[in-house]
Design a protein around this ligand. Sequence first.
Ligand code: AVJ
Length: 317
Amino acid sequence: MAARPWPADEPFARDLLAAFTRRPRSISPKWFYDAEGSRLFDRICELPEYYPTRTERAILQAHAREMADVIGPGAELVEFGAGSCDKVRLILDELREPRCFRPVDISAAHLQAAAAGLRRDYPGLDVQPLAADYTQRLLLPAPEPGVRRVGFFPGSTIGNFTPEEALAFLRGAAELLRGGGLLLGVDLVKDPQRLHAAYNDRQGVTAAFNLNLLARANRELGTRFDLSAFDHYAFYEPRLQRIEMHLVSRCRQDVRLGGTAVEIEEGETLHTESSHKYTLDGLGALALQAGFRPGPAWLDEERWFCVQWLAAPAAAL
Ligand code: AVJ
């Protein structure tokens, strides 16, 4: 059977090749999210073991009024990695005369659909979607004089960044949001057993989500990964305060990535994701370093998850 030509110019192809030719082998978790991966992530959010989504939602539900008070009237709200824009509705429901809402997401199609839904449900709201990579510097028009710009970054998505990347992101956000602030959802350090269970669900949805990276490569790049030759392996590393997800090779195997033959040893891993957890102190110190002033934090009763307000001073500290 003739092999499909390797789409060398596609960013996923380039990243996958780079991932398999460096040591230790690792790839960005952003490649999880094709249509199938997004569907699997939605299923993860429904799992009994995966507490972050429902815990954050409960915190937002319980405290949206106080959050809206901290944000203040007439604000411009910017959501980073907005996706389907469903969590922000809890805030929008309580916000007084929001000036506009700017959902930012890399997926333009997803964004347009979400924006249309918001315009339907919030007829007076000026919705200005921006298809962009929020890890890069965002080009936004300067807010009108007197309008506070406030960021919303829920879901502990910041956990996918290394602490260095998180600091860089927060520095950029403090600048973008000068005079306003950032409402940040963060998963907290907790009992390692509970963390472990959240990434090792009994139904195997997280395993399918992890393996979908290789399934996606087979679909989009014409690779021939044998999915049964890899195991999902996720564990909590307390010294780095993070979950690591890996794909571990069950045997010695050769894979082809276009013209490149890659030899994988038995037990070798591809590191597919890190999900960093924070303490309130650690988060506060990071935010201060980035130029924010930490304000109120809202937590669930178990203290598993936190929604933290970070004020962005008008002038640099
Ligand atoms: C979307 C990055 C917050 O780290 O918990 C869920 C992704 N990975 N299960 C997380 C994920 C495995 C999730 N984030």
